[in-house]
Design a protein around this ligand. Structure first.
Ligand SMILES: *Cc1c(COP(=O)(O)O)cnc(C)c1O
Length: 367
């Protein structure tokens, strides 16, 4: 790896002596799935109040040794990000809006009382890891290398206060096409018993704790045959917030699209934000406002809502075919993905894979 670029902060690069062979890698890349396989290296850096961020390094992927008293294991002071890099037709590798993920990680760190990671560290850490594991970026179809930057309280101390030692890491996982055999609508379970996040809580931060609290309702959704769970606001149990890890959009009969406005407990998705620009490029009106669950039920029934979809980095855009709850169900459309949903999805995916003009300057060349 002599060509490895050294960002200002990258102090060391340690080649993995047990890196997978080309044949082993090819076997994984032939059917990567999602989040099951990891590349040969990982990025690590440390933070202390005295030294700020330091000790940036790309090292062999492997287990972290943690003291049992490590704060994150007890108080969940942890945040993460998720973004993808894509191979374009000429073999170059590009990330989608990494600056937006860097900015969101800074907002999340503020809420979790973690140190702010500078944007050049965020982007530089991704560049350093992708450079080391360049051969792991899949090519063809809707494949990508999923990057998972995360930061956690790594001080061994049981006192309740912000950790005085924080570790930042990036791992990478090759991802196959999310939908194999065509984009199919999913059914959603409405959680009326549990909320994902509360007023003044951590819902707007991308932290593991939000996911921990969504697992039980997600399990209940699965018991009802649903792929995902939709959460309402915690105060009135009336206004739609989002799914466990995706934002929501409604397509109205007049051609406009509506998404629940940021409430303080909704996670501001990069995909959600990008779709606003794409829909406006397509001449659509985009509205951010409160959407009640009754509006969803009644709008689908009276035809004023023609399509519903969810969005996030992993699946990009997922059509929603039905909403189920204790005692009822409404079905949108005819069981196939709607046209507006698919137009928006294609437009976004085409930009990500370099097949359409990047009018908004979203793509950043990584390798
Ligand atoms: C990450 C996430 C999303 C989607 O965000 P993207 O930036 O579009 O991937 C939506 N909701 C929650 C709760 C999330 O954690």
């Amino acid at each position: 790896m002599s060509s490895m670029t050294t960002p200002p902060f990258a102090s060391t690069f340690q080649q993995n002596p047990a890196a997978r062979t080309e044949a082993e890698r090819a076997a994984i890349l032939a059917d990567p799935g999602f989040g099951r396989h990891f590349t040969d290296h990982m990025f690590l850096a440390e933070w202390t109040p005295e030294r700020d961020w330091h000790d940036a390094r790309v090292v062999p992927y492997g287990p972290l040794a943690l003291d049992p008293a490590t704060a994150v294991l007890h108080y969940a002071q942890e945040i993460f990000e998720g973004l993808k890099v894509y191979t374009h037709a000429d073999g170059s590798v590009w990330a989608f809006r990494p600056d937006a993920n860097a900015a969101r990680m800074q907002r999340s760190s503020y809420r979790l009382a973690l140190p702010e990671l500078p944007e050049d560290w965020f982007v530089g850490s991704i560049e350093a890891l992708v450079e080391a594991d360049r051969a792991w970026v899949p090519e063809g179809g809707e494949t990508s290398l999923y990057l998972r930057p995360f930061m956690f309280a790594s001080e061994a101390f049981l006192g309740v206060r912000p950790s005085q030692h924080v570790t930042y890491s990036v791992i990478a996982s090759p991802a196959g096409a999310y939908f194999t055999g065509g984009v199919k609508p999913v059914s959603i379970w409405l959680s009326t018993e549990y909320s994902r996040a509360g007023v003044g809580g951590t819902g707007a931060a991308k932290c593991g704790g939000n996911y921990a609290s969504s697992l039980l309702p997600q399990q209940i959704a699965a018991q009802h045959g649903c792929a995902q769970v939709a959460f309402l606001d915690s105060r009135e149990q009336k206004w739609l917030e989002e799914l466990g890890g995706m934002n929501l959009y409604f397509v109205r009969a007049d051609g406009s699209i509506v998404t629940p406005e940021l409430s303080g407990s909704i996670l501001e998705g990069v995909t959600r934000d990008s779709i606003m620009d794409i829909a406006r490029d397509h001449g659509r009106e985009v509205v951010e406002r409160r959407v009640s669950v009754d509006e969803w039920r009644e709008g689908v029934a009276d035809g004023s809502i023609t399509e519903v979809f969810a969005c996030g980095t992993a699946a990009v855009v997922t059509p929603i075919g039905s909403l189920k709850w204790d005692g009822g169900e409404v079905v949108t459309g005819d069981g196939e993905a709607g046209k507006v949903t698919m137009d928006i999805r294609s437009a976004l995916v085409d930009i990500q894979y370099g097949r359409a003009e990047d009018r908004h300057g979203w793509m950043r060349r990584i390798a």
